[in-house]
Ligand binder design. Structure first.
Ligand SMILES: [Zn+2]
Ligand SMILES: [Zn+2]
Length: 255
């Protein structure tokens, strides 16, 4: 049985859990250690099963708690060398290991496929995680869906997928103009519309589960996201990640 949970998701912090009975990994630790542990305990997820932490990029909403959490439980932290170089020295994890985008990394029973996507970071990566017979995408912080994103998403039977902003709310909202431009740019974030297009055009036929993630607090609402995806993928369970709490733990059965 494969388990997935968004422990945190949004520009205020990201942390995603994927695991089976024996092993688990975290993608990003963008909230503080204490919150990760509280939320994992609440969801009955065992930190001692976490064999590795993968970092998608150096923005603080993806790395804030990683150094301290990894140190306490002696968990290796995987990142690219460029991400490591661009991380503040005080935030760099002690026990780090390097991965190269395009080269799979084996973590016990889990295979992680890291790939480059478009975002305004040094070496922005997303991941397709192969566990038991499933392929799970962890895909947030994407300016626009490049070929890598389309290809890896099309192989997934479950995914955390960014649905960051509504075009109108962003345009009319409180952000200063340069920040609006940055969010909407090809190295910013995926809008609800862009995310829905990716799903419509590239989803696997038997996509089981979609957890729409990294919702903006100012430029989006859960209702608008659901409205955009309504009727898009009839056979797919669609859920939203919460900006302030862990989601339920979703399970995928062995196929
Ligand atoms: Zn982010
Ligand atoms: Zn980012």
């Amino acid at each position: 049985m494969v388990e997935m949970c968004a422990i945190a998701s949004g520009s205020n912090g990201n942390c995603y859990y994927v695991g089976n009975e024996q092993d688990a990994i975290l993608v990003d630790v963008g909230i503080f250690r204490k919150q990760v542990l509280l939320r994992m305990a609440g969801a009955r997820l065992d930190i001692h099963k976490v064999r590795a932490i993968f970092i998608s990029h150096e923005h603080s909403d993806h790395m804030r708690g990683v150094r301290v959490l990894a140190k306490q439980f002696n968990i290796p932290v995987y990142m690219t060398s460029s991400t490591f170089q661009h991380t503040w020295k005080s935030s760099r994890p002690g026990n780090y290991r390097l991965f190269e985008p395009g080269k799979p990394v084996q973590i016990n029973s889990i295979t992680v496929h890291p790939f480059i996507k478009k975002h305004d970071a040094a070496d922005p990566c997303s991941f397709r995680i192969e566990v038991d017979t499933h392929h799970i995408g962890v895909m947030t912080d994407i300016g626009e869906a490049c070929d890598n994103v389309k290809t890896h998403f099309s192989l997934c039977d479950a995914a955390f997928l960014e649905s960051n902003y509504d075009d109108d709310l962003l345009l009319k909202g409180p952000y200063p103009w340069p920040l609006k431009k940055r969010v909407a740019s090809e190295v910013g974030h995926l809008s609800n519309q862009q995310s829905a297009e990716l799903v419509e055009q590239h989803m696997k036929n038997d996509l089981q589960l979609l957890i729409l993630s990294h919702l903006s607090g100012e430029n989006n609402t859960p209702e608008l996201v659901l409205e955009t995806f309504n009727g898009l993928a009839h056979k797919t369970n669609i859920h939203l990640a919460d900006r302030h709490a862990a989601t339920a733990v979703f399970t995928l059965d062995k196929t």
